[in-house]
Write a protein of this length. Structure first.
Length: 597
């Protein structure tokens, strides 16, 4: 049928042109056009599409995606959610919690929250102030706001996804309506996060009057793009150099690795990290298989066999609460079930210290578990992230890492770090290591090359500051640079000593303060050196210095934070609240950045 076969008010020429236009549209596009014309007609008539004679209220498809991210994972998920929501027709506002406030919450209609948890259940640094607002008495009512929360965390920690749980509960308390139940993601978060995004957007589908016009996505192949290396598709980087950084007599093993990026197209900035996709220790995997009385060649899904999967695909060391619950169900061991009870949380924390999956299997043996059941109880083997210790401006086809090899003994067993022992014991120069670049937008040099830097990095936390100084040297940056470095012994543990001293002599490194904790009776740490230089340090802050902290999140970072707080309070004449406000202002201005783990 054609338009001229109907009682159309169009003349022949108009009908022909409309018919030609419709012929080029698919079903989804015709449906969208139908809704558009209906709305246009109603607007022209001064009526709503339902026939109401009053002016139609403006339909809104506003969606706010709010994220709190320390290393960039939560930000990446939020960006993906925003991208998929826009493709469905929503008007998306993507906002970091660092830039959000009371006004943000008072204007939202639909709200997606993606937030990570740091350390002992703490919000990420950029989210601290917003978290305080939402949890406090000044939080606005959210009646009529529909929301969903996705938490990112690590199930091996006691307060897994705690920040996400807190936001989810509080948004409901403030009157918000859940679109979907909260989702908590472990370190292998990608698939669960994507499923959550799709579930939430499906729940909101009814808010769209008509679907958007169909769009044809161009593939990388069609565009002739270079392959994009990622966690799922890593680049096989050749190991160019692997050299020890500790001197003779050290009780630590720290390695400097240089990896080739030639022909990869990979780019990075100082402050970014390298994700290393490791393999588990074959001896440990074989011991696990023997203890479980399984056949190493037992078939699993997708043509894999058990031993290969345990080597490359699954976490076989770190204990998580989901694994413990599954093993307690299988073993029916009263002691393990008791430890998992709420009243034994503190006892469980102490019991877990230094134990791994193999210890649970040995202490609470289970007969009859097959290869498929066991592998299903494990989480995926996550890559390990290492702060990049080089500037690409100085080493264009390379990336450098500073790796502290983890070795210790607990409960009668020798333990090795999964990735560090892989790099130290089973990889040689000339071998290839699967890697990808992990962006860290929260740990970046200032654009102003004249801005002073205060860098605090004990141990391998000094890695990104080597990159910072290489970059500033290449740029010819004129800003002052002050490094606080600490380790155990001056003679054996002064990592990159020759480079720091060269830069100090050249004037690039304005000040160098070191703390070697075990070279004297009383231990001295970087925070002690900071306090000794309190007056000068505060003066640098007052002249616009940026403060960077990298390293241990459990002890060092809180101690350094407290030292900074005390220095600001004492030197600036601020009270407790004033010092906190000063630090918050530094964070808002991105002048206080931390890369802690």
């Amino acid at each position: 049928m054609t338009l001229t076969d109907t009682n159309s008010p169009l003349n022949a020429d108009q009908a022909r042109r409309v018919q030609q236009a419709l012929a080029d549209l698919n079903d989804a596009q015709r449906q969208w056009l139908s809704g558009y014309l209906a709305g246009l007609g109603a607007q022209s008539a001064g009526e709503s599409p339902t026939g109401d004679s009053s002016p139609a209220p403006a339909a809104t498809t506003a969606l706010t995606v709010l994220y709190g991210s320390q290393t960039g994972n939560a930000e990446g998920v939020a960006e993906l959610a925003a991208e998929r929501a826009r493709a469905k027709g929503f008007e998306v506002t993507l906002t970091s919690m660092a830039d959000a406030g009371k006004k943000t919450l008072k204007t939202v209609e639909r709200l997606l929250v993606v937030v990570s948890t740091q350390g002992d259940g703490d919000p990420p640094d950029p989210a601290l102030e917003f978290h305080e607002l939402v949890m406090g008495r000044k939080a606005p009512k959210l009646t009529g706001v529909r929301f969903a929360v996705l938490g990112l965390g690590d199930a091996s920690y006691e307060h897994f996804c705690q920040t996400g749980k807190e936001f989810d509960a509080r948004l409901a308390e403030l009157g918000g309506e859940r679109l979907r139940d909260r989702a908590d993601c472990d370190v292998d978060y990608e698939e669960r996060a994507e499923a959550w995004i799709d579930e939430v957007l499906e729940s909101l589908a009814g808010d769209l009057a008509t679907p958007p016009p169909a769009q044809v996505a161009e593939t990388d192949a069609a565009q002739g793009a270079q392959p994009s290396y990622s966690k799922k598709h890593p680049f096989m980087a050749e190991v160019l150099t692997r050299q020890p950084l500790n001197g003779r007599g050290s009780d630590k093993q720290t390695l400097h690795l240089e990896l080739s990026l030639e022909d990869s197209g990979l780019e990075y900035l100082p402050g970014d990290a390298v994700g290393v996709v490791p393999q588990n220790d074959p001896a440990h995997v074989d011991e696990l298989i023997a203890m479980l009385k399984l056949d190493a060649e037992s078939p699993l899904e997708e043509g894999r066999v058990l031993r290969d999967a345990l080597l490359a695909d699954f976490e076989v060391t770190t204990l998580t609460r989901p694994f413990l619950k599954q093993w307690a169900e299988w073993s029916q061991a009263p002691e393990l079930q008791r430890l998992l009870g709420d009243e034994a949380r503190d006892e469980l924390r102490d019991w877990l210290h230094g134990r791994q999956i193999i210890d649970v299997i040995e202490q609470f043996p289970v007969d009859g578990i097959d290869a498929t059941q066991f592998s299903a109880a494990l989480r995926k083997l996550p890559p390990r992230l290492y702060s990049i210790a080089s500037s690409q401006a100085a080493a264009s086809d390379e990336v450098h890492l500073t790796v502290a090899v983890v070795r210790y003994e607990t409960h009668g067993r020798a333990r090795n770090g999964v990735t560090t022992s892989y790099l130290a014991d089973r990889i040689e120069p000339g071998d290839r290591v699967p890697i990808y670049i992990d962006r860290n937008k929260q740990f970046k040099l200032p654009d102003d090359d004249e801005a002073p830097l205060i860098m605090i990095g004990p141990g391998t936390g000094v890695a990104p500051f080597r990159a910072f100084l290489q970059e500033r040297e290449e740029r010819g940056a004129g800003g002052d640079n002050w490094l606080f470095f600490g380790d155990r012994h001056f003679r054996s543990d002064f990592l990159y000593q020759a480079e720091w001293l060269k830069w100090r002599q050249q004037g690039l490194l304005t000040r160098l303060d070191v703390a070697f904790s075990r070279d004297q009776a009383d231990k001295v740490y970087v925070q002690d050196r900071m306090r000794e230089q309190a007056e000068r340090l505060y003066a640098w802050l007052e002249t616009g210095a940026y403060v960077y902290v990298c390293g241990d999140a459990e002890f060092m970072a809180p101690d350094v934070h407290q030292a900074l707080r005390d220095i600001i309070r004492e030197q600036g004449g601020h009270g407790e609240a004033g010092a906190d406000d000063y630090l918050r202002q530094l964070q808002q201005e991105k002048r206080y950045q931390r890369d802690i783990y």
